[in-house]
Ligand binder design. Structure first.
Ligand code: IPD
Ligand code: CA
Length: 274
């Protein structure tokens, strides 16, 4: 949510981070579009045989890291492919391609996600949903934006009318529980969407294209930028039982729907794997 207590200095620092992150996310998106072959090749698998990485995930992260280092050599960086480097009060959180499976198959729902954290708080977020040419941005306290329009999430939607986005992990044990939980959610909501990019799902909450989102498993790089964008569009973004968003469970929806979704999910013990 827009936070009026953000000082002028902090707001201007955050705006500077958004500007730089946007420039870098656009450049990475252009590179990915230009270099994406008709059938990208799987370079390696990670947590399971279906959790893939392509050469372009690596190239995108390398490009992003290079640009951050050129502009801000002292900042720390956490990237999905390259892990953590550096140390300091400013940390960049990067997903070079969120929705790699969509990227592999040529589905138009993958994104470049870049967030900037200062003293542990995300202050800037940019999600470039490249195939759609949509770049979502937010600075803490400055609202969420898409193509010059301020975004507002949907409000006043009861659970049974809500369109809810979710996603699934890559391990069978996690998926078995996710399917079990989903079976309890589907009869209680309007419908479910599985877009394939958590960063983009959160931007969809911000833009009112879905009413809410929940997922077990996404990591910082999946949700740091999108979470700020959704929050700045008026949504609540967090975990279960008052925790901040975390890989155990990440939830996002307007106040009211957030609590209804929470009340539905919490008793299902969705933070486990089988
Ligand atoms: C994945 C996507 C997907 C979500 C998974 C993520 P990746 O990221 O965000 O929508 O369901 O939890 O791991 O692997 O494509 O970068
Ligand atoms: Ca990701």
């Amino acid at each position: 949510m827009s936070d009026p207590v953000v000082s002028e200095a902090a707001a201007s620092e955050a705006a500077g981070f958004v500007e730089l992150a946007e420039r870098i996310a656009r450049e990475a998106g252009e590179m990915l579009l230009a270099k994406r072959p008709a059938r990208p090749e799987v370079l390696a698998t990670k947590s399971s045989p279906t959790d893939v990485v392509t050469a372009l995930d690596k190239a995108s992260e390398e490009l992003i890291r290079t640009r951050i280092r050129q502009a801000r050599p002292d900042d720390a960086i956490l990237g999905e492919e390259g892990g953590s480097t550096g140390d300091g009060r400013v940390r960049w959180i990067v997903d070079p391609i969120d929705g790699t499976v969509n990227f592999l198959y040529g589905l138009p729902e993958w994104s470049v996600s870049i967030a900037v954290e200062v003293d542990g708080q995300v202050v800037a977020g940019v999600v470039n949903v490249v195939p759609r040419g949509e770049v979502f941005t937010a600075a803490r306290g400055g609202g969420a934006w898409l193509a010059g329009e301020r975004l507002r999430c949907n409000t006043g939607v009861p659970l049974e009318q809500a369109l809810i986005a979710t996603g699934f992990g890559y391990g069978p044990g996690r998926r078995a529980v996710q399917a079990e939980v989903l079976a309890q959610v589907v009869p209680r909501v309007r419908d479910i969407r599985r877009g394939g990019s958590a960063a983009s799902d959160l931007c969809s909450v911000a833009a009112g294209r879905v009413d809410g989102y929940y997922e077990r498993g996404p990591q910082d790089w999946d949700y740091a930028a999108g979470g700020l964008i959704a929050a700045e569009a008026g949504a609540r973004f967090g975990g279960l039982h008052g925790k901040p968003a975390n890989p155990g469970l990440t939830l996002c929806a307007a106040p009211g729907l957030f609590e209804e979704l929470h009340a539905l999910l919490a008793p299902l013990n969705p933070e486990r794997d089988s």
